[in-house]
Design a protein around this ligand. Structure first.
Ligand SMILES: Cc1cc2nc3c(=O)[nH]c(=O)nc-3n(C[C@H](O)[C@H](O)[C@H](O)COP(=O)(O)OP(=O)(O)OC[C@H]3O[C@@H](n4cnc5c(N)ncnc54)[C@H](O)[C@@H]3O)c2cc1C
Length: 486
């Protein structure tokens, strides 16, 4: 029997239709959830292939797919909801509408360092589904549960990557389950990184801290929606890092099926497709508040019906397809040229070597932030500074700001400074980012928060050469970044 081995997306539809239980769930050598077929038990009935999303070409699939009907930029009116969701909070509102109708949700929660599907039937558990977990999800046995809920006449909302949605739909069709009560939402999807790589990453962190890592957030909006930064807690303290983001975008450890994804198109498998509405700044500047805007694509009548239920809770704008700039609605993410080299190094020398070489992995950066913070406190104690601008938007700066906020030290921050236009006007921890050139006739000190001595001296020279800063005092913080092996 033909199997799809490396191209398995992990939807587990095949396991659910195999009449002789010849298919087992496995974790493959790259750490992805996959399946293995026992050829001794297999009777070659072909049911597994008939439900396998990977088995069909884009052309073969087209008649079953929905052509996009309406596209919206959406923001939940409730800002709190938006902060906790990955983009504009659209999913949460659809989910609430289903729960209010006594319906059931199936979505992805983060439990024991894994992205796992769960069933949610009460509002206080909806929190678990909020936010994207940027790794492949473990389907567990939810297909069976969806089947049983639909058989009981319950309304069900299933959300996931398009390949998982198709696996579910094909499985239900094969089993002749009525789907009139089923609503589906799929994500615009960049691809799913290996859960095994993610676990390796957490192990490295836990070894470094010699403590468990908690509350991992795959995209902390504290930095604003446009900036992708993860956060986690160790011993109650929060830390920020871009390391897993860099791993995600380096395109060396997405599932093989993602690089040939057949769903990267405007023909969609679900009733509704959601994603980030990139390009909101250019298309609808009035809506651009950097808290997140959802892209909501309605593909079916059911999708439109669900959208009607949330309309009074959102700010929305109908938009043409050309305005929503989403590469993964056009083509799959490209595999990195270094993909094979990455995995070879991973097998031979392990996670850390591979990500340091191919994913711009920095490691425990907050160590330097802590040193910079201590240096700041020392300057305060010596009375060298009082009212300050902090210079240098980045993870290090955010970490310093977090330390300042947690410790309540007596420092007056007038604002944050950067030369990059992109950050100007944004607020972090309540402080506004001001462009270098806008500090005319100001007083106070400028504290340069760069961990690298070299960088610090470049910034210092630039600022000191400007006439308008001649009344200001410059303070350079110190860390051991340049003197220790990173
Ligand atoms: C792996 C991955 C890649 C993505 N790539 C893109 C992209 O390239 N472009 C883009 O615009 N958007 C992408 N998204 C979607 C985006 O992050 C937001 O989920 C989306 O914008 C909806 O935001 P929201 O605030 O409405 O909902 P959210 O609160 O973010 O939640 C949406 C739903 O996503 C489900 N979910 C979370 N993690 C997973 C997972 N690992 N697998 C399956 N379902 C999951 C949750 O159960 C919930 O039902 C991706 C999401 C994931 C999980």
């Amino acid at each position: 029997m033909k199997t799809y081995g490396e191209l398995c997306c992990g939807c587990m539809a095949c396991i659910n239709v195999c009449p002789v239980h010849a298919i087992q769930r496995v974790v493959d050598e790259k750490g992805f959830y996959s399946v293995s077929v026992d050829s001794e038990v297999c009777i070659n009935c072909g049911k597994c292939l008939s439900v396998c999303p990977i088995h069909y070409t884009q052309e073969e699939r087209k008649p079953e797919m929905h052509e996009v009907q309406q596209i919206y930029a959406v923001q939940a009116k409730d800002g709190e909801k938006r902060l906790k969701s990955q983009s504009g909070g659209a999913y949460t509102l659809f989910a609430k509408a289903i729960l209010e109708d006594q319906g059931i949700l199936y979505g992805v929660s983060f439990e024991k360092n894994e992205a796992v599907y769960i069933r949610v039937d009460e509002i206080n558990k909806l929190e678990l589904l909020k936010g994207s977990k940027y790794i492949q999800a473990n389907m567990g046995n939810v297909i069976e549960q969806v089947e049983s809920d639909l058989a009981d006449g319950r309304v069900v909302l299933y959300a996931g990557t398009p390949c998982y949605v198709e696996g579910l739909l094909k499985c239900l069709k094969e089993k002749r389950v009525r789907t009139s009560n089923l609503y589906t939402i799929d994500l615009v999807c960049h691809g799913v990184p290996s859960p095994g790589i993610f676990k390796d990453y957490l192990s490295v962190l836990e070894n470094q801290y010699e403590e468990d890592v908690h509350s991992f957030n795959f995209r902390d909006k504290l930095f604003g929606w446009g900036d992708h930064v993860c956060s986690y807690k160790v011993n109650g303290k929060k830390f920020f890092s871009r390391d897993f983001v860099n791993i995600f975008y380096s395109s060396v450890c997405l599932n093989e099926s993602c690089y040939v994804c057949r769903y990267s198109s405007m023909h969609r498998v679900s009733d509704i497709t959601i994603g980030d509405y990139w390009g909101i700044k250019e298309s609808y500047p009035d809506m651009d508040d950097n808290l997140g805007t959802s892209l909501v694509i309605l593909n079916t009548e059911k999708g439109k019906e669900l959208f009607e239920c949330i309309k009074d809770k959102i700010v929305y704008q109908r938009t043409p397809a050309s305005d929503c700039k989403q590469r993964n609605l056009m083509s799959p993410t490209e595999k990195s040229e270094k993909y094979d080299e990455f995995w070879q190094l991973y097998y031979e020398r392990g996670f850390l070597k591979a990500v340091q070489e191919y994913c711009d992995y920095k490691g425990k950066e907050e160590r330097w932030a802590s040193e910079l913070y201590e240096s700041l406190c020392a300057q305060l104690e010596e009375g060298k500074i009082n009212e300050v601008y902090l210079y240098g938007i980045g993870v290090t700066m955010m970490q310093i700001l977090y330390h300042i906020q947690e410790s309540n030290i007596d420092i007056k921050i007038i604002g944050l400074l950067d030369r990059n236009e992109k950050y100007v006007g944004r607020r972090y921890f309540g402080y506004e980012v001001v462009r270098e050139q806008m500090l005319l006739d100001s007083e106070g000190s400028i504290v340069i928060c760069s961990k690298s001595e070299n960088n610090t001296s470049i910034i210092l020279k630039r600022l000191q050469s400007k006439k308008e800063y001649e009344n200001m005092k410059f303070v350079c913080l110190k860390s051991s970044w340049n003197t220790v092996e990173k």
